[in-house]
Design a protein around this ligand. Structure first.
Ligand code: ZN
Length: 127
Protein backbone atom coordinates (compact mmCIF):
# COMPACT_ATOMS: atom_id res chain seq x y z
CA UNK A 1 0.00 0.00 0.00
CA UNK A 2 1.25 3.47 -0.86
CA UNK A 3 2.26 5.84 1.94
CA UNK A 4 -0.04 8.74 2.75
CA UNK A 5 -3.80 9.08 2.50
CA UNK A 6 -5.36 9.26 -0.93
CA UNK A 7 -8.67 10.40 -2.32
CA UNK A 8 -9.99 10.12 -5.84
CA UNK A 9 -11.53 12.64 -8.21
CA UNK A 10 -13.32 11.85 -11.45
CA UNK A 11 -12.88 15.23 -12.99
CA UNK A 12 -12.96 17.06 -16.29
CA UNK A 13 -9.68 17.29 -18.18
CA UNK A 14 -10.05 21.10 -18.06
CA UNK A 15 -6.89 22.56 -16.53
CA UNK A 16 -8.90 25.11 -14.56
CA UNK A 17 -10.66 22.34 -12.63
CA UNK A 18 -7.62 20.56 -11.22
CA UNK A 19 -6.10 22.62 -8.40
CA UNK A 20 -9.40 23.78 -6.82
CA UNK A 21 -10.56 20.16 -6.56
CA UNK A 22 -7.27 18.87 -5.19
CA UNK A 23 -7.06 21.67 -2.63
CA UNK A 24 -10.68 21.27 -1.51
CA UNK A 25 -10.53 17.49 -1.14
CA UNK A 26 -7.24 17.64 0.76
CA UNK A 27 -8.70 20.17 3.18
CA UNK A 28 -12.10 18.55 3.63
CA UNK A 29 -10.89 14.98 4.03
CA UNK A 30 -7.39 15.48 5.44
CA UNK A 31 -5.81 13.83 2.42
CA UNK A 32 -2.19 13.89 1.35
CA UNK A 33 -2.89 13.19 -2.33
CA UNK A 34 -5.75 13.18 -4.80
CA UNK A 35 -5.65 10.71 -7.68
CA UNK A 36 -7.12 12.46 -10.70
CA UNK A 37 -9.12 10.54 -13.29
CA UNK A 38 -9.99 12.87 -16.12
CA UNK A 39 -12.36 12.81 -19.05
CA UNK A 40 -13.79 15.70 -21.04
CA UNK A 41 -17.08 16.28 -19.20
CA UNK A 42 -16.55 13.50 -16.64
CA UNK A 43 -20.15 13.06 -15.47
CA UNK A 44 -21.47 12.95 -19.02
CA UNK A 45 -18.76 10.45 -19.95
CA UNK A 46 -19.98 8.14 -17.17
CA UNK A 47 -23.62 8.52 -18.16
CA UNK A 48 -23.46 8.64 -21.94
CA UNK A 49 -19.98 7.40 -22.82
CA UNK A 50 -19.18 4.08 -24.41
CA UNK A 51 -19.02 0.96 -22.21
CA UNK A 52 -15.26 0.98 -22.82
CA UNK A 53 -15.01 4.54 -21.54
CA UNK A 54 -16.94 3.69 -18.37
CA UNK A 55 -14.83 0.57 -17.86
CA UNK A 56 -11.67 2.63 -18.24
CA UNK A 57 -12.81 5.09 -15.57
CA UNK A 58 -13.78 2.25 -13.23
CA UNK A 59 -10.43 0.50 -13.76
CA UNK A 60 -8.61 3.67 -12.74
CA UNK A 61 -10.87 4.18 -9.72
CA UNK A 62 -10.08 0.62 -8.66
CA UNK A 63 -6.34 1.32 -8.72
CA UNK A 64 -6.90 4.36 -6.53
CA UNK A 65 -9.10 2.43 -4.09
CA UNK A 66 -7.29 -0.90 -4.04
CA UNK A 67 -3.66 0.22 -4.41
CA UNK A 68 -3.80 3.63 -2.73
CA UNK A 69 -6.51 2.91 -0.18
CA UNK A 70 -8.76 5.81 -1.23
CA UNK A 71 -12.08 5.95 0.63
CA UNK A 72 -13.54 9.02 -1.04
CA UNK A 73 -14.49 9.44 -4.70
CA UNK A 74 -15.65 12.85 -5.92
CA UNK A 75 -17.33 13.34 -9.28
CA UNK A 76 -16.80 16.87 -10.47
CA UNK A 77 -18.57 19.10 -12.96
CA UNK A 78 -17.73 22.72 -13.67
CA UNK A 79 -19.02 25.89 -15.21
CA UNK A 80 -18.12 26.69 -18.86
CA UNK A 81 -17.33 23.03 -19.65
CA UNK A 82 -16.39 22.43 -23.29
CA UNK A 83 -16.89 18.69 -22.81
CA UNK A 84 -20.43 19.03 -21.52
CA UNK A 85 -21.83 22.35 -22.76
CA UNK A 86 -25.25 22.18 -21.11
CA UNK A 87 -27.05 24.47 -18.68
CA UNK A 88 -25.84 24.50 -15.09
CA UNK A 89 -29.12 22.89 -14.03
CA UNK A 90 -28.69 19.98 -16.43
CA UNK A 91 -25.02 19.63 -15.59
CA UNK A 92 -25.90 19.34 -11.90
CA UNK A 93 -28.40 16.61 -12.77
CA UNK A 94 -25.66 14.79 -14.70
CA UNK A 95 -23.39 14.94 -11.66
CA UNK A 96 -26.09 13.61 -9.32
CA UNK A 97 -26.91 10.78 -11.73
CA UNK A 98 -23.26 9.86 -12.18
CA UNK A 99 -22.83 9.72 -8.40
CA UNK A 100 -25.58 7.08 -8.37
CA UNK A 101 -23.73 5.17 -11.10
CA UNK A 102 -20.49 5.24 -9.12
CA UNK A 103 -22.23 4.19 -5.88
CA UNK A 104 -23.60 1.18 -7.77
CA UNK A 105 -20.01 0.03 -8.40
CA UNK A 106 -20.16 -1.21 -4.81
CA UNK A 107 -16.67 -0.06 -3.85
CA UNK A 108 -15.88 0.61 -0.15
CA UNK A 109 -15.88 4.37 -0.66
CA UNK A 110 -17.97 7.44 -0.06
CA UNK A 111 -19.06 8.96 -3.39
CA UNK A 112 -19.85 12.66 -3.56
CA UNK A 113 -20.75 15.11 -6.33
CA UNK A 114 -19.08 18.50 -6.61
CA UNK A 115 -19.96 21.58 -8.64
CA UNK A 116 -17.27 24.11 -9.56
CA UNK A 117 -18.94 27.42 -10.21
CA UNK A 118 -17.71 30.28 -12.37
CA UNK A 119 -15.80 31.63 -9.37
CA UNK A 120 -14.08 28.22 -9.03
CA UNK A 121 -15.58 27.74 -5.60
CA UNK A 122 -16.72 24.22 -4.80
CA UNK A 123 -20.21 23.23 -3.78
CA UNK A 124 -21.40 19.75 -2.80
CA UNK A 125 -24.31 18.41 -4.80
CA UNK A 126 -27.02 16.38 -3.10
CA UNK A 127 -27.25 13.04 -4.80
ZN1 ZN B 1 -15.02 20.50 -18.59
Amino acid sequence: MAHGTFGTAINCMDGRAQLPVITWLKEQYGLDYVDMITEAGAAKALLEGTPEQAASVLARVRVSVEKHGSRIVAIVGHDDCAGNPVSEEEHRRHIAASVAVARAWGLPVEVIGLWLGNDWQIECIDA
